[in-house]
Design a protein around this ligand. Structure first.
Ligand code: DGJ
Length: 697
């Protein structure tokens, strides 16, 4: 029996959550903040957070809480719309029980007329992450169609005043947008399984006054609407609603309908980023601790596109090996009928017209050069112009029409059907069994049609089964760039492709967005061609190479066509990346503040070493931009500061005392933080790498 006012307390290492029963079959979040002293009673926290009555309320004022229902008189509550045996039901959920152990609070509600259950979990087991999930299940699922499901509702601490969402589009992912939280709720839609393009999946909440911030991830491949606003009593909230297709969905078998979110709390933005990185490293990424060094890639896509030819690819590999590149990834275009993006998906056998002797001669060539071999696949998709589609036109996910619309000339296979799943799994396994493949670039280039809830589970299962069978193979997840980057996808990925945009000026801001949440070792970052095919912008090799260093570095340009000068610059940067990748890929990441918004500055510290990237993307309004102030160094220690070669072209001219910089200087962590480094950053395309190593003096 639960009584109003009853409280439950959950403690993570540095965070406490206090929940309180608030009548109306609801539970509220009374406290989410730094860990409270041992012995501090939950009911005191609840009392301190409680407001009295005011003049303009219902007699029995409802609280939005964790599971608001409109029948209690709540303005923002979403009613569950159900069809039970074909008839619309007015769903009324009643609180059944609350269970609380050291790490987890589980609340259950039951709906009387349909025998449906709702279950809400708040779990701090993977601290610093607070994982929340809301699920619906039905005993007699065959009788029920869910037309609209209530959202997962998260009441936010009252001091939270601003939300920054990260969203964008293809080739411009993760652009931050800061907005005040107001009573007109902000609504963000992620549709078609591209939570990496649409806003709403990666969020930061903060309060400018005391720098308490929260980060949130609610990525799902299902269509979802995320709302953030003030409830009718002025309290900030976030809600995540899984959008049902028109006509609703039934719950086949024992399936549950899930909505999930992860919250991380921290004192400031840098701490929040580190907490997100640590969470990904420890809990999200597969066997992260055992990963070998992240090899430098050459990828054929922006080098040769669909113009694949064995001898040209071998020549590309020769040049790549000479630059110090360690992995050759053969991108799209190698399989049957795939001469353009019009045809071929689904037919996962090597195209004999392009590779008359199969892929083996190329693989052996690559391996003889000391590199390993990676291959591009897009297993969930099918081209209408393919043998697979001609044989099984009914294997696709539709939108209810006879001819579902194609996107990039392709359709999605319905992997939730066992027969289709088995076929695709067999095809991918046969490919791997026949070739010595160290790496798969697993792409996904179109949106899902509405109402494909079970596709996400099936797609994840497919990748998991491939991983289980071939644990030594690394998998990169790509979805027209960063379209699908989310925790469910990352659970089976060793790397993601943050964007198709390799233009360093765009890429720096895209990487700044992703790095707020994900560590550099999984963020692919490539040196593209001199003229970027997406933006048309031309940039120097020095700038492209420096921008690509902060991430998992690769090259995606025709190295055969590069000038000797560019090759030397690139070779030097690849060598520098190899010297520093242990720190870049395990250290603490810091975004550096700078008054010029066109300067992207960040650093990684690890043990006695640190590496910094500072890049100017526009023509600066002043000749002498403000010094770059470093973070994360020990104030009392002394560091040898170096500007490793090569330097940006115009910089020598503007650098004060280049000879002194040539030798490097020794300064304390405090001086680096307080005074910073005056670097010439006037011109766009000027970037510096700075390295620091602690010295005993
Ligand atoms: C989209 C990816 O993001 C690109 O990197 C490339 O692999 C193409 N697909 C190939 O079709």
């Amino acid at each position: 029996m639960i009584t109003p006012g009853q409280t439950w307390r959950l403690d993570g290492a540095e965070t406490t959550l206090v929940f309180v029963a608030c009548g109306h079959d609801n539970i509220d979040l009374a406290y989410l903040g730094p860990r409270l002293p041992q012995g501090e009673e939950g009911d005191v926290a609840a009392q301190l957070a409680r407001y009295g009555r005011h003049e303009n309320q219902l007699d029995n004022p409802p609280v939005q809480g964790l599971f608001p229902q409109p029948r209690h008189g709540l303005r923002d509550a979403v009613a569950m719309q159900l069809l039970y045996k074909g008839k619309l039901v007015d769903a009324r959920f009643e609180l059944v029980d609350v269970k609380c152990d050291d790490h987890r609070l589980t609340i259950r509600w039951a709906e009387q007329s349909t025998a449906m259950h709702a279950e809400l979990d708040w779990d701090v087991e993977q601290y610093p992450a607070i994982r929340i999930s809301l699920s619906f299940s039905a005993k007699h699922a065959e009788d029920i169609v869910v037309v609209r499901a209530p959202p997962l509702t998260i009441p936010l601490p009252r001091h939270i005043a601003q939300m920054t969402s990260f969203g964008g589009r293809w080739a411009k992912e993760m652009q931050p947008l800061a907005q005040p939280i107001e009573s007109n709720a902000i609504e963000m839609r992620a549709i078609g399984g591209k939570p990496g393009f649409d806003p709403g999946s990666w969020l930061v909440f903060d309060d400018e006054t005391d720098r308490q911030c929260l980060g949130m991830h609610c990525g799902s491949l299902d269509d979802q609407i995320t709302r953030c606003g003030l409830d009718q009593e002025g309290r900030p909230f976030l809600s995540v609603e899984a959008v049902m297709p028109s006509g609703g969905i039934s719950l086949p078998g024992q399936q549950k309908l899930f909505t999930r979110a992860t919250i991380i709390r921290a004192g400031d933005h840098d701490a929040l980023t580190r907490a997100f990185h640590n969470h990904a490293r420890e809990h999200i990424l597969p066997d992260r601790k055992g990963w070998p060094a992240r090899k430098v890639h050459i990828n054929s896509w922006e080098a040769v596109g669909f113009k694949l030819e064995e001898s040209a690819l071998k020549a590309l590999a020769d040049e790549a090996a000479d630059l110090g590149i360690e992995r050759f990834v053969l991108d799209d275009g190698w399989f049957k009928g795939r001469r353009s993006d019009n045809a071929g998906l689904g037919d996962w056998t090597v195209d004999k017209d392009v590779f008359p002797n199969g892929l083996q001669p190329l693989i052996e060539h690559v391996q003889a050069l000391g590199m390993d071999f990676g291959l591009w696949v897009e297993p969930e998709m099918v081209s209408p112009d393919s043998d697979l589609y001609r044989e099984h036109p009914d294997w696709c996910l539709g939108d209810g029409t006879a001819e579902p619309p194609t996107e990039r000339n392709q359709l999605v296979l319905d992997l939730s059907r066992q027969q289709v799943f088995d076929h695709v799994l067999r095809a991918i396994c046969a490919l791997i069994d026949a070739h010595d493949i160290a790496y798969l670039k697993w792409d996904h280039n179109r949106r899902l049609p509405p109402g494909c809830s079970w596709q996400e589970d099936a797609a994840i299962r497919l990748k998991a089964q491939v991983r289980e069978k071939y644990p030594e193979i690394e998998i990169e997840s790509c979805s027209s760039g960063g379209g699908q980057i989310s925790y469910p996808v990352l659970h089976n990925s060793h790397r993601v492709w943050p964007s198709d945009n390799n233009d360093p000026i765009e890429r720096l801001s895209i990487m700044d967005g992703w790095s707020r949440f994900l560590p550099l070792e999984i963020l692919g970052n490539h040196v593209g061609p001199e003229r970027n095919p997406i933006t048309g912008r031309q940039t120097s090799m020095d700038f492209r190479a420096k921008a690509a260093l902060f991430g998992h570095m690769g090259v995606e340009a025709d190295v055969r066509a590069m000038s000797d000068k560019d090759k030397t610059v690139l070779r030097d940067h690849i060598a520098l990346y190899k010297q520093w990748r242990d720190i870049l890929h395990s250290g603490d990441y810091w975004q550096l503040d700078h008054p010029d918004p066109h300067i992207s500055a960040k650093m990684v510290t690890g043990g006695d070493r640190a590496i910094v990237l500072v890049a100017q993307t526009e023509f600066s309004p002043s000749f002498n931009t403000a010094p770059v102030r470093l973070k994360g160094l020990e104030p009392e220690r002394s560091y040898q500061i170096s500007l490793p070669r090569p330097w940006p072209r115009k910089a020598r001219h503007y650098l004060a005392d280049p000879e002194r910089w040539e030798d490097g200087m020794v300064a304390s962590g405090r001086l680096c933080r307080e005074s910073g480094l005056a670097l010439p950053l006037t011109h766009p395309e000027t970037a510096w790498i700075i390295t620091l190593e602690a010295v005993d003096i």
